[in-house]
Design a protein around this ligand. Structure first.
Ligand SMILES: C[S@@+](CC[C@H](N)C(=O)[O-])C[C@H]1O[C@@H](n2cnc3c(N)ncnc32)[C@H](O)[C@@H]1O
Length: 212
């Protein structure tokens, strides 16, 4: 499935017959492989993705989860525009790859859905962010994923070439003790950064602030 999509670069939506060019909206093969490698390296069983789009990144994450071999593995995907802008193509691709039993889909903006997961006590090993892309959207995703991803877990962020994404990320490095595990080569469309959340609890005094 991954090979076919990367080769053809198009999906025909079963919902309305529209033809969609998958790239450069979706992550490319190099980023997908980096994502899968982190799922494997971390031995992840519970993963979450903000922004399903055409489902390419989700296919790579699920490929890693299946290779890790835990039958209880789940990949949670959050995207409010899947049925409209994407005509259901991401979910269609996942169904064709027979991943419906692994994927849990929420048709909601991440800024609304992530706080719900926090109150439900959900926990994840690894998160992938490729959703709203504006500073405030990414910042909120990072705040909530900081609570949802396990201590010392992985947050893989796409579009690090965008100043808003880089600036939002910077706060967590300068103020919260997160660290950078990997930065990909500069790229006009898809540079990624891999963050590790803090290994120790947040004990900042109330007036702690480092400019970022
Ligand atoms: C660049 S696409 C993701 C592509 C995907 N990674 C792939 O490989 O196919 C960005 C996605 O983020 C979604 N999105 C935009 N705002 C969002 C939000 N507030 N919460 C969750 N998803 C959002 C869009 O609907 C779109 O599907």
């Amino acid at each position: 499935m991954i090979e076919r999509l990367v080769r053809d670069g198009t999906v025909v939506a079963r919902s309305d017959g529209t033809v969609h060019s998958v790239f450069p909206v979706a992550v490319g093969a190099a980023e997908g492989e980096a994502l899968r490698a982190w799922v494997l390296r971390e031995g992840a069983t519970q993963t979450i993705e903000i922004g399903l789009g055409y489902g390419i990144s989700a296919l790579f994450v699920c490929d890693g989860l299946l290779a890790n071999g835990n039958p209880a593995a789940r990949h949670v995907v959050v995207d409010p525009y899947q049925e409209t802008r994407f005509a259901g193509c991401g979910l269609q691709v996942l169904a064709e790859a027979r991943l419906t039993g692994v994927v849990e889909y929420y048709a909601e903006a991440s800024q609304v859905q992530l706080p719900r997961f926090v109150s439900e006590g959900r926990r994840f090993d690894l998160a992938f962010i490729d959703g709203n892309h504006r500073f405030d959207g990414v910042f909120l995703d990072l705040v909530y994923l900081g609570r949802l991803v396990r201590t010392g877990g992985i947050v893989f962020v796409d579009d690090y070439q965008l100043p808003a994404v880089a600036r939002a990320t910077s706060f967590f490095l300068t103020n919260l003790g997160w660290t950078i595990e990997e930065v990909s080569a500069p790229d006009d469309f898809h540079q990624w950064v891999v963050l590790r959340t803090a290994e120790i609890p947040d004990t900042r005094p109330f007036d702690y602030y480092v400019d970022f």
